[in-house]
Unconditional design. Structure first.
Length: 255
């Protein structure tokens, strides 16, 4: 079994063929899917997908940093209410994004810190978005880490030194399609990172691995990520699948 620890199967890009996408994933031994929420407007879609595929889909609840805008307090309140009304397996997708827009950078930090505290209060793991924002994210996680925080640095594309810092803060590295890119760079040092601190993810429908870059991503493509990791670590895809599934279950309570 393989667990896709970060996929957005509930978004509209899958409305036409969601069932077929899931069937292709199952055919490739991808049997469980962790679904991070996006914002207040995506909660209904997320819940509907989870209810349609019981035992397969495991939702997280959070407010994505790119959804932090002038209505951030209102959006955050909706997310907090949802968290109290349904079962979730983590807080996510949360973090800071300084790639698209820095207008609400300060508000992003406040929202991120608030959601980290929810995770500690609820004893839930976090899924952290770190696009162009590793240093401020690391600073806040370091400040908030009191032994209760655990989770994944989603789509990790940082340096070896940053990887070690993340692990030191009780985080795992979410490895996705970037590891297959010729210019992805993380393949140059990953063999130095304990494979026990890695989980695999697609971020579908985005971040499609080679050889399908430019097309819609889907969980079945995890096999290309697993194969690349097997090459890096000098082992078999089966061994990588086994280890990363065990890791995923260490982070997210999906058994």
């Amino acid at each position: 079994m393989i667990i896709d620890t970060h996929t957005h199967l509930f978004v509209e890009q899958f409305d036409a063929d969601r069932e077929q996408v899931i069937r292709r994933a199952l055919d490739e031994d991808v049997e469980k899917f962790i679904l991070p929420n996006i914002d207040d407007e995506s909660i209904g879609r997320l819940q509907a997908t989870v209810e349609e595929y019981p035992g397969r889909m495991f939702p997280l609840m959070g407010l994505h940093p790119t959804s932090v805008d002038s209505r951030w307090k209102e959006r955050l309140a909706v997310v907090e209410r949802a968290l109290s009304e349904n079962k979730y397996y983590g807080i996510g997708e949360i973090g800071i994004d300084l790639y698209w827009d820095k207008t609400y950078a300060k508000e992003q930090e406040e929202v991120f810190r608030t959601q980290l505290r929810w995770a500690k209060e609820s004893d839930l793991p976090v899924s952290i978005h770190i696009r162009e924002s590793f240093e401020p994210v690391l600073r806040i996680v370091r400040q908030e880490q009191d032994g209760r925080l655990r989770g994944v640095f989603h789509c990790f594309t940082g340096t070896y030194e940053q990887a070690l810092e993340a692990i030191d803060l009780n985080m795992w590295l979410g490895i996705g399609g970037v590891v297959t890119f010729k210019n992805g760079k993380i393949d140059r040092f990953l063999e130095k990172i304990p494979v026990e601190r890695i989980v695999v993810e697609t971020d579908a429908p985005w971040l499609t691995p080679a050889p399908f870059r430019g097309k819609r991503n889907e969980p079945a493509y995890l096999k290309y990520i697993v194969a690349k990791l097997a090459e890096i670590y000098g082992t078999t895809p089966g061994e990588i699948a086994c280890i990363t599934t065990h890791n995923a279950m260490d982070v997210f309570p999906v058994e």
